[in-house]
Design a protein around this ligand. Sequence first.
Ligand SMILES: Nc1nc2c(ncn2[C@@H]2O[C@H](COP(=O)(O)OP(=O)(O)OP(=O)(O)O)[C@@H](O)[C@H]2O)c(=O)[nH]1
Ligand SMILES: Nc1nc2c(ncn2[C@@H]2O[C@H](COP(=O)(O)OP(=O)(O)OP(=O)(O)O)[C@@H](O)[C@H]2O)c(=O)[nH]1
Ligand SMILES: [Mg+2]
Ligand SMILES: [Mg+2]
Lengths: 292, 286
Amino acid sequence: SLGKSLNSAITKVLRRGPVDADLIRELKNDIFKALLEADVEINVASEVVNRVEQRSLSEKLPPGLERNKAVINIVYEELTKIMGDRAYPLNIQKGKTNIIMVVGIQGSGKTTTIGKLANFLKKQKWNVGLVCTDTWRPGAYEQLLQLGTNAGVDVFGDPKQKNAIKLATKGVKEFKKSGKDVIIVDTAGRHKEETELIKEMKKLDKKLHPDEIILVIDGTLGQVAKKQALEFKKATDIGSIIVTKLDGTAKGGGAISASVSTGAPIKFIGTGEGLDDFEPFDPKKFVGRILG
Amino acid sequence: KQLDEKSLKEPIQELIELMIANEVAVEVATEIGERVKRELIEAGTEQERFKDVRPLLREALRKAIKEVITPPGGGIDLFEEIRKKREEGDPYVIVMEGINGTGKTTTMAKLAHKFQKAGFSVVFAASDTFRAGAIDQLSKHGEKLGIKTIKHQQGGDPTAVAIDALDHAYAKGIDVVMVDTAGRMQNNDNLIRELKKVVDKTEADMRIFVGDSLAGNDVIRQAREFADRVGVDAVIMTKADSDVKGGAVLSVAHTVGKPILYLGVGQGYDDLQEFDADFLVDQILP
Ligand SMILES: Nc1nc2c(ncn2[C@@H]2O[C@H](COP(=O)(O)OP(=O)(O)OP(=O)(O)O)[C@@H](O)[C@H]2O)c(=O)[nH]1
Ligand SMILES: Nc1nc2c(ncn2[C@@H]2O[C@H](COP(=O)(O)OP(=O)(O)OP(=O)(O)O)[C@@H](O)[C@H]2O)c(=O)[nH]1
Ligand SMILES: [Mg+2]
Ligand SMILES: [Mg+2]
C-alpha cells in the first residue's frame, strides 16, 4: 500500500543518521513515487514534494525516531493543505427551490450518486425531486426511477423526449409546482472531446441556473483527471466534486488533483453501490487513505 | 565506451516519468524502464564518448513497449474461433467482466453488432441481475439490434440466466452467447466468486476484461485480480475517444499478457476500433 511504501521510505532514509539535503532529496523521490502511485497528477505531486523538501530542510526537526514522525507530519500537512482543511456543505438553502445539476464523464457514477444524495437529503428533511435529462443512454430513466423510488423521492423523466433542455425545464417546472425544495438534475455522461455534449451541458446550465453544479469523479481516474476537470470547469462553474468507487482499491489521487486544479471542494464520497454507501468528505480521513 | 548504471540512471528516469505522465501505471513504467536499462548494460552496449544516450534509450524502450502490447501467439481471430465452435455444433460463449462503469454492456452491444455484420447469430444473457436498470439497458440494446435478451427477475441468479441463454442457443442454433455481468470491485470476494461461477458453469470460451482507458494505477490491480481469480482471455479498453494517450492500455497488457482485441472509441454500435500497437507506442513515447 502507499502508506507502507511511504512509511518504509521515510524510515529507511531517516534511520541513516543526520538529516542532510541528499537524504531529503532521496526521501522526496520516494514520496513523489508514492503520490504518483496514488494517481496524484504529476505536477501537483511535484509541487507537494518540493514543499515537503523545503520544510524538511528549513524546519528544525527533532532528533532520532521522532524525526520520522515530524517528516510524516509534514507530508500529511502538505497533503491536507491542498485538500482543503474542512468539510464544505452544499450550496442549498431552506426556503427556496434549490437546483443541483450533476455532470461528469461516462460511467463515473452520476446516476447512482444522485440516488444516494437524494436519500441523504431526504433524511435531512429536504423535499427532493429527481429529473432525468439523459437522452442518450438506453434505460437511463428506468435506472434513475428505480433509485429514486428506493430513496422514496419523486422522479421526472420522459424517454420519448430527445431534447435534454426541454426535459430539464419541464421537470423543474413540475417539481417547483409540487413544492420540492431540492431538485437534482441527472445528465448524460460526457468528456471534453464531445463538443456537442459539452455545448448541451452549457445550455442546461444557462437554462437551469443551478445553485450547485456537482462534478462526479470516478475514484479510479488517473493522470487525466486534472485536465478533464479543468475543461468541465471552463464550460460550467463546477461548485463541488463527489468521488465514487472508493470501496475499491483506488486511492483517489485523480480526484484530489481535480479538486486542487479547479478549486472545487470534494463534498462527498461514494463507497459502494447501495443508497447508504455515501459519506460527507473528511479531508483528514482521505489523506490517511492516501498515506495508508 | 560501455553504457553503465551511472550514464543511464537519469535518462531512464526521465523516460519513466514521461510514460507516467502519458498514463502508464508507475509499477509498469518502472519495470519496463528498469528492464531496458539492465538489458542495455548486460549486453555491453557501447556508444561513442560524449554522445547523448537518450535517443538510443528511447528506441530500446519503444521496442520493449511494442513487445508488451503484441501478444506472442499473435492476436485472436474471434470470427474464426466462432466458426470453429459452430462446426463442432456448439455456441461460442463470451463473458464480459470488469469493475463498475467501464463500459461492459455498451461494449457487448458493439461486439454483437460486429458479429451480426459478419453473419453470425447472437443471443444476450442479462446476467447483471443486480443493478438498477441493468436488464432494461441490455434489453433496449437487444431491441435496437434485433437480438433476443434472455432475462430473469432482478435479483435472480446470474448463472441461471447465462445457462438459460446457453440452452436457448443450443435449441435455436445460435452462434454466439454473450453474457453481460454486473460491474464489481475486484476486492469484493463474494462478487468475484459469483462471476467465477458464471464463467465456470457456462464453460466460457472467451472472458473479456473491459477496462477504462481513463483509469490510473488501479487498472493494474483490477486486471491482475480478474485474471488471477476469474480468468481473462482478452482485453477491450473503452473510452479511448476521450483525450487519453493510452498508457492504461499498456498497463493492462503488461499485467495480463493477453491480446488487446479492440478499443472502445465512442457510445455508438460502430465505435469499436481495431487495436493498433504502433499507434499506441507513438502516443506513449513519441
Ligand atoms: N462499487 C461502487 N460502484 C459504484 C459507486 N458509484 C457508482 N457505482 C457503480 O458504477 C456504475 C456506473 O454508475 P452510474 O450511476 O450508472 O454512472 P453514470 O455516471 O450515471 O453513467 P453514465 O450515465 O452512463 O455516464 C454502476 O454499476 C454503479 O452501481 C461506488 O461508490 N462504488
Ligand atoms: N465516450 C465513450 N463512452 C463509452 C464508451 N464505452 C462505454 N461508454 C459509456 O460509458 C457509460 C457506461 O457504460 P456501460 O456499458 O453502462 O458500463 P458497464 O461497465 O456495463 O457499467 P456497469 O454494468 O454499471 O458496471 C455509458 O454512458 C456508455 O455509453 C466509449 O468507448 N467511449
Ligand atoms: Mg447515468
Ligand atoms: Mg453494465
